[in-house]
Each structure stands twice: as C-alpha cells, then as structure tokens.
Design a protein around this ligand. Structure first.
Ligand SMILES: [Mn+2]
Length: 351
C-alpha cells in the first residue's frame, strides 16, 4: 500500500525543473504523498530527503498515519525560522505550489527563506495523481459502491411534498450508515425548474407531482471520493425534456466509448459537444464535460475544451454532459469511470 516510489518520482522531477527542493502545501498533494490527513501539513522534498512539517496538535497523529516505509522525517514546528533554516541548508532554488500558496504565505516564505530563490511551480504532483495506484482504485471503487447504496435508499425517501433539503440531509445520513466517512460535497438536489441551475443549492422547495428530480451526490471512503448525477423524470415528461435527456445520454455514451489511453481530454469533451450540437442544445451546455476524481472530488485530468491533460491507463474521471434551460429545467447525467486495461468502465453503474 505504501509507495516511496511516489516521492522518488517527485525527486526526479526536481532535477528536470532545475529545483533543489519543493515545498508541497496543497492538502490533497501532501495527503497523496504522505497519507497524513491532518489539516496542518507541509512537505519539504529535497533530492534525497523528505520532511513533513506540522504543529503540536498533529505531531502524534502524523507519526501514526505516515507509514515508516515512506522514510518521511516528521518535524514538529516549534520555531519556524530555525526549522526552515535546518531543512533548507543544502538547497538554493526552492519550488512552491503556485496554485495553493496565497500572497501572504508567499510573503512569509520569502522572509523565512531569505537568500534562497523561490520558484513558482504548477501541477508537479497533480499530474502524477492522474494515474491511480491499485490501493487508490480499490478505495474509489468502494466509495462508488457505497454511493450506489445511498442512491438506492434515497429513492425510497422521495415523495410529493418532501423538501430538497430533506433529501440532501438524508444523503448525509445514508452515507454514514453505509460506511462512508463523509460526503464528498454538498448534495445537489434540485426539483423542477431548479434543475436549470447546474449547481443549485438545495433549499425548501417542495416536490410537486410532475417535477423532474436532479440528484448529484458523492461520498468519501478512506480519503477517496465518488461522484454521480441522476435525473428522475416525471411520469409525463414534455417532449423537450425527453429530447434533452436523450441528447445527454447519447453525448455521455459516445464520449465514454471514444476514450483510450493517451487520448487528449479536450478531444473527449468535443465529442460530447458535437452531439449536443446535433440536437441544438450545445449552447445550453455551460461547463466542462468532466473531471478527475480521487482524494479531491475535482482533480486532474480536466475534461474541457481548453484542457491540456491526457487520459491514461488507471485514470479515474467523470463524464457529465448537461443541458440547462432557464425556467424550464436541466438534465445532467454523470458517472465516475476508470480507464483500465485500455477500456472505460463505469464505477457508478446504478440505474
Ligand atoms: Mn462531477
């Protein structure tokens, strides 16, 4: 389960980016490399060493969670100046994660690392995370399995008059009951016209008889997320809603089928967009086709028109075409997929 090889991969990247060390601060990246789940954590990786910096609240927990085999030296910060002086002794050019470091943190890094050259980096760890390891795949599969159970039980709760927020709360309850450690994000439960907002905030809207129901939910299991969206159509849906559903389904299936290892994510996005265009709905598809899923519910690869990412063997990602028409309603169909043995398999295959 442990993987010193991942830290070695980062150390190799240091050389190619002309860095002596990298400060990893994005919580998902630190968790990925160290398995430490506490909230105060920074990794400092040099060409041959790796330190985890945390404070007195987390020191013991870090020792418990970080496998010895990773050879990460855990340092409890008592005095920032002396700690940073000690670990950066043999380094001159130090990379930091530009997408994570705030202006004020950069200011403090500059003060702490006086005399060193600080270099902005992007996606060093994120790009490695695109290819999932076996233990990660197991956890994601389990997370998706729990999500299926949550969805099945949630359907039993649906009845006229229930409020969106009642169902959203039920998702939490069912997730815990089925063995998830948490939900992966605030459940999106949208009735009727509310579904035209891609990320509607579940409110006190009550379910009426001929409402469609959009349910976008995800859970977390041992640190790993799942993500799925279903639309439950009313008994007598309008022609237009049926056509929207059909278009999303076709876009989702065609884009999933086109995936193979090494394909550009941007190309998959364009396949879905072309199908929606055929139906005349392309201008109502206002977000990306999908995103990677792992420690974060949104991570690389990004399946969008401007993405530079590539889908690889053992990538896990969503495909979620949507059509949103104000004052009418919205359809989004989403599954979490894995690219395994050259084939795309849905991990959330629940009807
Ligand atoms: Mn999603």
């Amino acid at each position: 389960m442990t993987c010193p090889i991942m830290i070695k991969k980062i150390q190799k990247k240091l050389a190619s980016q002309k860095l002596d060390a990298l400060l990893v601060s994005a919580p998902g990246n630190v968790q990925y490399l160290s398995h430490f789940t506490g909230s105060n954590k920074t990794l400092f990786i040099t060409k041959n060493k790796c330190y985890l910096l945390t404070d007195s609240r987390y020191h013991v927990r870090a020792k418990k969670e970080i496998p010895k085999s990773l050879k990460i030296e855990i340092i409890e910060i008592k005095n920032k100046e002396t700690t940073f002086q000690k670990i950066t002794k043999r380094t001159d050019i130090i990379g930091f994660e530009a997408k994570d470091v705030t202006v004020s943190r950069l200011k403090s890094y500059k003060k702490l690392l006086k005399g060193k050259k600080l270099q902005a980096t992007e996606n060093i760890v994120e790009n490695i995370r695109i290819t999932k390891q076996e233990f990660e795949i197991k956890r994601i599969k389990k997370s998706c399995e729990i999500l299926g159970k949550v969805f099945r039980n949630l359907k039993k709760e649906i009845r006229p008059g229930i409020r969106e927020q009642d169902l959203a709360w039920k998702v939490r309850e069912l997730a815990y009951r089925e063995g998830a450690e948490d939900i992966a994000f605030e459940p999106i439960i949208a009735f009727g016209k509310n579904s035209a907002l891609p990320h509607h905030k579940s409110d006190d809207t009550r379910l009426k008889n001929n409402d469609l129901i959009l349910i976008d939910i995800g859970v977390k299991y041992q640190g790993y997320c799942s993500d799925m969206t279903r639309v439950i159509l009313p008994k007598n849906p309008s022609e237009k809603i049926l056509k929207m559903y059909q278009a999303c389904l076709e876009a989702k299936e065609a884009s999933a089928q086109a995936i193979e290892p090494g394909i550009k994510a941007e190309k998959i996005d364009s396949i879905a967009r072309k199908i929606l265009k055929k139906y005349g709905f392309d201008r109502y598809f206002t977000h990306s086709l999908g995103h990677g899923v792992g420690i974060n519910v949104h991570e690389k690869p990004n399946l969008s028109p401007v993405s530079k990412d590539v889908l690889r063997e053992n990538s896990v990602f969503t495909i979620e075409p949507g059509i949103y028409i104000e004052n009418l309603g919205g359809i989004r169909l989403e599954d979490t997929y894995i690219l395994k043995n050259g084939r795309v398999v849905s991990l959330t295959n629940y009807s």
